[in-house]
Design a protein around this ligand. Structure first.
Ligand SMILES: CC(C)(COP(=O)(O)OP(=O)(O)OC[C@H]1O[C@@H](n2cnc3c(N)ncnc32)[C@H](O)[C@@H]1OP(=O)(O)O)[C@@H](O)C(=O)NCCC(=O)NCCS
Length: 240
C-alpha cells in the first residue's frame, strides 16, 4: 500500500495551511495545467462574481454557497496564474461549469477543501477532470455500486485494512475521469462504464472505458494522477 495512504489515513485536516499542502503536489500535473486549492472556510460566500452568484438557486444553503464560492475562488486563482483576467465561470443546466472562451477546467470540493484545475485550450488540452475526496474508507456496502467485478477482485487481494481506502481511491479516480470525459461526450455514465487500475506508488491511475461513450471507444484509456495530501485523496487528469 502507498505509505502516504497509510500515514495520512488517520489525519483529519481543516486549516488553510493544510490545504496549501494539497497544492504542493500539483507538480505531478501536466505543466500546462494550473491547480489551486483552498480551505472552504477561508472563502466568504459573498465573494463570488455577481454573474456566478446568479447561477446558484435562491434556496441554496450557506454551506453550498461557501463551497461554490471556494471552487470559483480557486478557479480564479488558477486563471490568474495563467495570466488571464478575472472572468466569471457560469453553470450549465446540467451543473457543469461553463468556462470562458479558450479555457478548460474542472472544479471539486470535499467537506473542507476546494480545488480547481485550469488550462488554456491553446496549450492543446481539450478536457480536464478533478476530484477531491476526504481520506476516509469507502463503505463496503458501496463496493458493488462503485467497483466493477475486476476492481472488486483486485481489492480482495489487498489486506482488509487497506481495502476501504483503496476503494475510495478508485471512486475518486472515477469521479475525476467522469468529469473529464463529460466535457467531450456530454454523457452521464454509470460507475460500471469505467474500470480503474491504481498505481499509487507512481501516483498514477488508468481508467478504461468498458462501453462505448462517443468519442471514446471500448478499451480507450484515460491516464491520470492521484495523490494523498492533507487528509485527502486528489485525482486529476487532462486529455490532449
Ligand atoms: C458531477 C459529479 C461527479 C460531481 O460530484 P460532487 O459529488 O458534487 O462532487 P465535486 O465537489 O467533486 O464536484 C462538484 C463540481 O463538479 C462540477 N460539475 C458538475 N457537473 C459536472 C459535469 N457533468 N461535468 C464536469 N464537471 C461537473 C461543478 O463545477 C461542481 O461544482 P460547482 O457546482 O460548485 O460548480 C456528480 O455530482 C455527478 O453528477 N455524478 C454523475 C454520476 C457519476 O458520478 N458517474 C461516475 C461514473 S464513472
Amino acid at each position: 500500500m502507498d505509505r502516504h495512504l497509510q500515514r495520512e489515513s488517520s489525519r483529519t485536516v481543516r486549516s488553510p495551511n493544510d490545504s496549501d499542502t494539497l497544492s504542493a503536489s500539483a507538480g505531478l500535473l501536466d505543466p500546462a495545467v494550473r491547480f489551486r486549492s483552498c480551505a472552504i472556510a477561508s472563502v466568504e460566500p459573498g465573494s463570488v462574481h455577481p454573474a456566478e452568484a446568479a447561477c446558484l438557486p435562491a434556496t441554496a444553503v450557506e454551506s453550498r454557497r461557501r463551497e461554490f464560492a471556494a471552487g470559483r475562488a480557486c478557479a480564479a486563482e488558477a486563471m490568474k496564474a495563467l495570466g488571464l483576467p478575472l472572468e466569471p465561470i457560469g453553470t450549465a443546466t446540467d451543473r457543469s461549469p461553463v468556462w470562458p472562451e479558450g479555457i478548460v477546467g474542472s472544479i471539486s470540493h470535499s467537506g473542507s477543501i476546494a480545488g480547481a484545475s485550469v488550462a488554456l485550450r491553446s496549450s492543446g488540452i481539450r478536457a480536464i477532470g478533478l476530484d477531491i475526496e476526504e481520506l476516509l474508507p469507502l463503505d463496503e456496502e458501496l463496493y458493488p455500486e462503485i467497483c466493477v467485478e475486476e476492481e472488486r477482485a483486485w481489492l480482495a487481494t489487498r489486506p482488509p485494512s487497506e481495502r476501504g481506502l483503496l476503494a475510495k481511491a478508485i471512486f475518486c479516480a472515477k469521479e475525476a475521469s467522469y468529469k473529464c470525459q463529460y466535457s467531450l461526450s456530454r454523457q452521464i455514465l454509470e460507475f460500471a462504464a469505467l474500470r480503474v487500475e491504481l498505481d499509487l506508488p507512481q501516483h498514477r491511475f488508468s481508467a478504461y472505458f468498458l462501453e462505448e461513450v462517443a468519442p471514446f471507444a471500448v478499451r480507450d484509456r484515460l491516464v491520470g494522477r492521484i495523490w494523498i495530501s492533507a487528509g485527502h485523496i486528489v485525482a486529476a487528469l487532462a486529455v490532449r
